[in-house]
Design a protein around this ligand. Structure first.
Ligand code: ADP
Length: 253
């Protein structure tokens, strides 16, 4: 069986600057993969490529067997229409550094919105599921609060519930705790730990080395647009082979 995410030789440039220089990645269903590496190494760009938020210049990414952002026609690759790309994105949840909640909607309304509008789920059913999801992220009592009435950690937990509401095959997290005050980081990581324990397939860009060590099945260390090393947390974090990985980890302590 093939992996849920299969990236091969992914290249991406912004202008003349090559940011991804041939990235390969396999993520099995149920697996948690953490992408670590210094700032500017291409982690966020790669994550965004998995969700077609960036268009790749070379290589291929498949999610659940389907090419992302591209289709093969007449032996050549063509970019999908924006409509098809939007359809593919429905199956991939993404949580950003900034929570990006709709400010004029309550926590509950934020979670209900996409299933109703995009998937055509009945309002009552979407509401029932949203209440469950808010419970799951520990915010049942905050359902009717607006984002401005919530702490950053609470807003990020709503953002996680909102992504889960679409019942995605895959969850992508782009430095989900790096915009938070230090005392709020733990509550978000705790929700992510629970998702991982429930078998959610997750790719997480993070600087939280302890989280990666405890939760990841696979750690991928990137630098300068390439994968420097990958393996289990015990290998990459506990006993790194490469000097660049060791230097990075030493700085994170
Ligand atoms: P990381 O997530 O590892 O910090 P990024 O993927 O955010 O790295 O960035 C990799 C490089 O790509 C950086 O040099 C960054 O400045 C550049 N970059 C990212 N997004 C853009 C963009 N939209 N336009 C131009 N350069 C970009």
């Amino acid at each position: 069986m093939s992996a849920l995410v299969e990236a091969r030789g992914v290249h991406k440039a912004f202008g003349h600057v090559e940011v991804l220089k041939g990235i390969d990645l396999d993520v099995e269903a149920g697996e948690v993969v953490c992408l670590l590496g210094p700032s500017g190494s291409g982690k966020t760009t790669f994550l965004r490529c998995i969700n077609s938020l960036e268009r790749i210049d070379g290589g291929r990414i498949r999610v659940d067997g389907e090419l992302v952002g591209l289709e093969e026609r007449g032996g050549r690759l063509h970019r999908l229409t924006d409509k098809r790309i939007a359809q593919q994105r429905r199956d991939i949840g993404m949580v950003f550094q900034r929570f990006n909640l709709f400010p004029h909607m309550s926590a509950l309304e934020n979670v209900v919105e996409a299933p109703v509008r995009v998937r055509g789920v009945a309002k009552a059913e979407a509401n029932r599921r949203a209440v469950e999801l808010l419970e799951r992220v520990g915010l049942a009592d905050r359902a009717h609060n607006y984002p401005a009435q919530l702490s950053g950690g609470q807003q990020q937990r709503v953002a996680i519930a909102r992504a889960l509401a679409m019942q995605p095959k895959l969850m992508l997290f782009d430095e989900p705790t790096s915009a938070l005050d230090p005392e709020l980081v733990g509550e978000v990581l705790e929700v992510m730990r629970e998702l991982a324990a429930d078998g959610t397939t997750m790719v997480v860009v993070t600087h939280e080395v302890a989280f990666a060590r405890d939760v990841a099945d696979q750690v991928v260390f990137m630098d300068g647009g390439v994968v420097v090393e990958r393996g289990t947390p015990a290998e990459v974090i506990g006993d790194p082979r490469e000097e660049r990985t060791r230097t990075f980890l030493a700085r994170m302590r």
